[in-house]
Design a protein around this ligand. Sequence first.
Ligand code: GLP
Length: 239
Amino acid sequence: TAPRVVTAPTAEVGDVAADVVAAFIRREPTGVLGVATGGSPLDLYSALARRRAAGLDTSGLTLVALDEYVGLSAADVRSYRAYVQTLIAEPLGIPAGRVHVPSGADADDAAAYEATIDSVGGVDLQIIGIGRNGHIGFNEPGSELDSRTRVIELTESTRQANAPWFDDDPTAVPTHAMTQGIGTILDARALVLVATGAAKAPALAAALSGPVTTDLPASVIQRHPDVTVVADPDALSGA
Ligand code: GLP
């Protein structure tokens, strides 16, 4: 099954993606939601918080994050732990005991994170973004399609792309991260990919209709039976 592609104006991408996530939450109020970080899903998370204010009970969810930088403390506001806590868990009323983020520490912790995901029953719905180089999570090009959670080295292009979160200084962006593998991400029962902006157009086009290849990790969405892509016209301009 090819990914379902939903086009929405830039300002509405978050709300349209929130429709998909809210439908899941109504079906499975105690389900496991996989969450991406970065800029793309921010509007989606605020749209979910508005729906909570309007009566959607999000507090029973379990959250599982995709990735974490190596070398930042959990208290560092630039850590993905902090992002997930302040921008997702707190607005959605999810207690810390049901919020899982990789530690970013070492190989033992990578294996432990896989065990954590298993212990909550796997991810039901995984939200993902797409890097300009086609990465998902922090699975940079060259990552094996059956890879599991591990520490990887970030590419220069990814450190450049994420510099805005580090005072626009790419050298301040950690050199390594711990990420769910591509195989780990594919184990989620459904995927929702959110993308906006022309910078994502080449990677998104290749992900949707190019060859499935380690050169473009997001191309594996073609191998998953339940994928919804929500994107603006700029991001879809190459497709
Ligand atoms: C980041 C994250 C990914 C994210 C992607 C795109 O580095 N590790 O989870 O999906 O790259 O980020 P953005 O949405 O900010 O463009």
